[in-house]
Design a protein around this ligand. Structure first.
Ligand code: SF4
Length: 182
């Protein structure tokens, strides 16, 4: 196991520098860390589920066609995001029921752009069906929260077995439901 801390390993991996043990965090992993740590562990093992199944409705990966004409897709190493015409990063979610995980996903994108590419951007968290949008800036507090979460994600994905299932209001609509409750 590498002695280098997870944030440094992630940054060195992202910059393409030699790392004994590369460490990658995607936006979805950041989101799942704040939704359910067991779900994060499954995701880290590439356990593929039929996410097109209409019964899987929680929508953590569901995008929306709103803003489609005004945005461009950007892939940068571990992250894939959408930029609005004015350069802000937009994260579109179908509902505001899981706001904190969505805010952290967006904050991670802003942090990654800043730390890996030296690009400072603001973000927009949009819920078009609810006709609302929230501006998200990368404050010092958010930077600390992202880096603390990266440490936490590393701890979870390094485990040999998943954390125990803990029932949540959205378990019925989770893609991994059958691994937890059947
Ligand atoms: S069913 Fe519930 S406990 Fe299991 S992975 Fe999904 S959200 Fe987590």
């Amino acid at each position: 196991m590498s002695d280098t801390d997870p944030v440094t390993r992630l940054l060195e991996t992202a910059r393409g520098n030699p790392v004994d043990e590369p460490f990658r965090v995607t936006g979805v992993m950041m989101q799942y860390y704040h939704v359910c740590k067991r779900e994060l562990w499954f995701e880290s093992r590439n356990l593929e589920i039929d996410r097109e199944n209409p019964t899987v409705v929680r929508g953590t990966r569901v995008d929306d066609t709103a803003y489609e004409e005004n945005r461009q897709n950007l892939h940068l190493g571990m992250i894939s995001l959408d930029l609005l015409e004015d350069g802000r990063v937009i994260e579109v979610k179908p509902s505001s029921t899981l706001t904190e995980p969505a805010e952290m996903q967006l904050s991670y994108y802003l942090w990654y752009l800043d730390r890996v590419a030296g690009i400072e951007k603001g973000g927009v968290l949009a819920h078009p069906r609810e006709r609302n949008r929230e501006h998200v800036e990368l404050t010092d507090e958010r930077k600390d929260a992202v880096e603390t979460a990266i440490d936490g994600i590393h701890e979870i994905v390094s485990k040999e077995t998943p954390p125990p299932a803990e029932e949540k209001p959205f378990c019925d609509s989770c893609a991994y439901h059958d691994f937890c409750w059947c």
